[in-house]
Design a protein around this ligand. Structure first.
Ligand SMILES: Nc1ncnc2c1ncn2[C@@H]1O[C@H](COP(=O)(O)OP(=O)(O)OP(=O)(O)O)[C@@H](O)[C@H]1O
Ligand SMILES: [Mg+2]
Length: 378
């Protein structure tokens, strides 16, 4: 068990009135990619064996033959499970980001970078010297990260690097051994898991955690009931206020499900959904708690290439519509390099690189970390 956290206090936080921030023009919001309204594919995928249909394999063969334009990303993807995650041709165009459309990232005096549009807002997340030990193992060590208010950030690294542990620290599944976590400028020291959820952090898990016996809508409603407005007596005696709030929750649940075109699945038992749909439902349930910061732990795991393309578009859509920040852990480098604005790379619990997708792809240390951890044998 970890020792009591020894947090640092009294340091300057970034926020509203820093002089170095000159007035900037309104941020250019990234163009919203269309959302597929096709029905969900069958559940023929598992996290360990992602599906590769014939079309996808064909794209992979051609990409390999032609020499991938995104060679480092391909290397990363191969290192994960000995195979590429090829993109479907049909979906490939809609979520691609051209270099000219890339977000301009602006350095902060404290070693962080944030999207230009978030420069004047308090960062949603600021980790300083965060660390946790498990016995003699420094699972996370001196972890420093700033995430802008509406940033899509990536946390990547080889297996066992400490990525999920960082999420567990942020959500207080583990209390940090060292360091400070500021959520929207507020120190989360001493908060419980429930408190940080109320304060605005929501997450999904590496291994799906849904209420398998409840319906899709009931799973979403659980998130919504975090902000229940009607009192105990209204609920017990089913007073009019109770029915008004239930009606409101039903409406909100369907609206949220509609993000992933799942409103017509509201009555289906969650455990009977295809795998990819369960992953999407987990994201929707997390969104239902109205977070400021959404943490996604391997959201594309087990998804086929078409589902992954849709996921990319929907992650951007969520950020644009809800104006929240998203940090995602992902091994699918094509996804990471396409939708993340800032990326941090962990290896053996330490950040070895931070930067834009272009900077990360060209970083020797990062390439070495991945090569050393599995790509050699791939
Ligand atoms: N509760 C725990 N007790 C002891 N060791 C732990 C615990 N949780 C994580 N670890 C160790 O911390 C290290 C980081 O694990 P973590 O799950 O964060 O890696 P990861 O980067 O998420 O890997 P993956 O990509 O495989 O999911 C590993 O060596 C793991 O064994
Ligand atoms: Mg993990």
């Amino acid at each position: 068990m970890a020792d009591e956290p020894k947090n640092t206090h009294g340091e300057k936080t970034f926020g509203e009135s820093d002089d170095f921030r000159e007035r900037m023009p309104e941020p250019a919001v990234s163009p919203e990619a269309p959302v597929a309204d096709a029905d969900l594919p069958a559940a023929d995928t598992t996290p360990d064996e992602p599906a590769m249909d014939e079309a996808a394999l064909e794209v992979e063969r051609k990409t390999e033959a032609a020499g991938s334009p995104n060679g480092v990303a391909a290397l990363f993807n191969r290192s994960r499970r000995g195979t590429y995650r090829a993109q479907s041709k049909a979906g490939a165009s809609k979520s691609r980001v051209r270099a000219s459309e890339r977000t301009r990232m602006v350095p902060l005096p404290s070693d962080g970078i944030v999207p230009e549009r978030d420069l004047y807002a308090t960062p949603v997340l600021e980790c300083r010297h965060l660390g946790i030990d498990f016995g003699g193992l420094h699972a996370v060590e001196d972890f420093n990260l700033i995430v802008g208010k509406t940033e899509i950030a990536g946390l990547i690294g080889p297996n066992g690097a400490g990525k999920t542990t960082v999420f567990n620290l942020l959500t207080k599944v583990y209390q940090p051994t060292r360091g400070t976590i500021l959520l929207d400028g507020v120190d989360t020291h001493g908060m419980t898991t429930a408190k940080v959820a109320q304060a605005g952090i929501a997450r999904t898990f590496q291994n799906i955690r849904l209420f398998a016996n409840l319906t899709v809508e009931e799973n979403v409603s659980i998130g919504l009931h975090n902000q229940v407005k009607c009192g105990m007596w209204s609920s017990i005696f089913r007073l009019p206020k109770y029915w008004v709030s239930e009606h409101e929750f039903h409406k909100q649940a369907l609206e949220l499900l509609d993000i992933f075109s799942m409103a017509d699945m509201a009555e289906i038992t969650a455990g009977n959904l295809p795998y990819g749909a369960q992953r999407r439902l987990e994201i929707i349930r997390a969104l239902a708690t109205h977070p400021k910061l959404l943490l996604l732990d391997e959201p594309a795991a087990g998804m086929n290439p078409v589902e992954t393309e849709d996921l990319m578009a929907n992650i951007r859509k969520i950020r644009d519509e809800f104006q929240i920040a998203i940090v995602l852990i992902e091994h699918d480098m094509d996804l990471v390099m396409n939708i993340c604005e800032g990326i941090a790379v962990l290896n053996y619990g330490k950040i070895i690189a931070k930067g834009t997708p272009e900077e990360i792809q060209g970083n020797e240390q990062v390439i070495e970390a991945y090569l050393g951890s599995g790509a050699k044998g791939a």
